[in-house]
Design a protein around this ligand. Structure first.
Ligand SMILES: NC(=O)C1=CN([C@@H]2O[C@H](COP(=O)(O)OP(=O)(O)OC[C@H]3O[C@@H](n4cnc5c(N)ncnc54)[C@H](OP(=O)(O)O)[C@@H]3O)[C@@H](O)[C@H]2O)C=CC1
Ligand SMILES: CC(=O)N[C@@H](CCC(=O)OP(=O)(O)O)C(=O)O
Length: 340
């Protein structure tokens, strides 16, 4: 099949392009940029890919005519403006941005941008690929990177009501590629290198996304305590999550919850007492999780790690693509970590 990709010049888009080029069910990837530009040689912007492709001017009619579906890996607010013709024509879209993940009022509050129309939002499927299937959906809102790491870490405990939902504390950390390619003061080399910086404390836009999804399993879950820290690394997210176990919860019950939830999952691996590090997942679509119940404090610590550009973005988008078109669940995702 032919697929369209808008946003190849960004971090998420370039990683998605690499995955699509190697995907067994993709014949051609057509690249699109901004509407006002003429076609641009890909080599001019991404010479390291060594491909003689062109980035075509953005045109929704052209995208629908020449492709079977389209991926948007564009900045927040772009699909709110561009998605309409695809939704009205039931043309399949997978959107890596946050525009279609939240209810309109929640999106506007946390992203500080106008939300898409409510009837369009109602057509979007939140594609947390390890828990839901995108089969039959025409518009998939691919989850956020921190949201993916955090929800996957907490899901077994929240679903099985093993923790006090008001006790959740998440200390999440990300490499700078999570912020996209645009330079800012906090991602400047001299500011990031050999430094740790907290940012968006209690204001991160993934807080409502995490809460919205966890509440599907426990409607009594209130807002979570969530902080984000910028790491002096390019790729990777580590989410360290803490929650108070209910009084009757034992080590066996916690183990059973993780093993029931993830034993058949190709991409999520959860292990009791062994805590993951970032390098074991960078370059892959895996989410590795370590967890332990502290018998003294009765707190459970759960640590998850992902590559923000793969499991947190392009890799999960491919999982959703595979579900949407009923390809093999792991097609195009046979990746091994970057070593050493
Ligand atoms: N980086 C990450 O780890 C993750 C990112 N995301 C989300 O995925 C999306 C892409 O992120 P990321 O790759 O990091 O961002 P970047 O800032 O690196 O790239 C943004 C891309 O969007 C393109 N773009 C912006 N405006 C338009 C427009 N009006 N029309 C067409 N193209 C446009 C840019 O093109 P140009 O180069 O021409 O400006 C660029 O290719 C964002 O919404 C982000 O929040 C989600 C999960 C993780
Ligand atoms: C390090 C860094 O800055 N990460 C970004 C990740 C969020 C993102 O990718 O945006 P969406 O809301 O569209 O998912 C952040 O914290 O805002």
């Amino acid at each position: 099949m032919n697929v369209g990709l808008v946003g190849v010049t960004g971090y998420g888009g370039s990683v998605l392009y690499e995955l699509l080029l190697r995907h067994p069910n993709v014949d051609k990837v057509n690249l699109y940029g901004h509407s006002q530009k003429v076609a641009q040689a890909l080599e001019e912007v991404l010479p390291q890919l060594r491909r003689r492709d062109s980035i075509l001017p953005y045109d929704s009619a052209d995208i629908m005519k020449n492709n079977d579906m389209v991926f948007f890996a564009t900045s927040a607010g772009v699909t709110t403006k561009l998605a309409q013709p695809f939704i009205e024509n039931d043309f399949p879209v997978i959107d890596l941005a946050g525009d279609f993940r939240l209810k309109a009022d929640v999106y506007e509050k946390w992203y500080k941008k106008p939300a898409p129309q409510s009837d369009y939002l109602a057509k979007a499927h939140y594609g947390l690929a390890d828990f839901t299937s995108s089969k039959g959906s025409k518009y998939v809102a691919n989850p956020g990177c921190y949201a993916t790491a955090t929800i996957l870490a907490l899901a077994p405990l929240v679903k099985n009501h093993l923790i006090d939902p008001s006790s959740i504390v998440v200390d999440a950390k990300s490499g700078t590629s999570g912020a996209g390619k645009k330079l800012s003061q906090s991602t400047h080399f001299s500011q990031t290198n050999e430094n740790l910086q907290l940012y968006k404390v209690n204001q991160h836009q993934h807080i409502p996304e995490i809460v919205q999804e966890l509440q599907k399993w426990d409607k009594d879950l209130p807002y979570i305590q969530f902080t984000t820290t910028l790491l002096p690394l390019t790729r990777g997210i580590m989410a360290s999550c803490y929650a108070k176990a209910k009084s009757d919860v034992t080590e066996e019950k916690v183990q059973e919850a993780f093993s029931q939830t993830y034993s058949d999952d190709t991409f999520v691996n959860a292990t009791e007492g062994i805590f993951p590090n970032l390098k074991q997942v960078i370059g892959t679509n895996f989410c590795d999780i370590g967890y332990q119940l502290n018998p003294v404090t009765h707190q459970i610590v759960i640590v998850s790690v992902i590559d923000n550009l793969l499991k947190g973005a392009a890799g999960q988008a491919i999982q959703n693509f595979n579900q949407m078109f009923e390809f093999q669940p792991d097609a195009g995702l046979d990746l091994i970590p970057v070593l050493p």
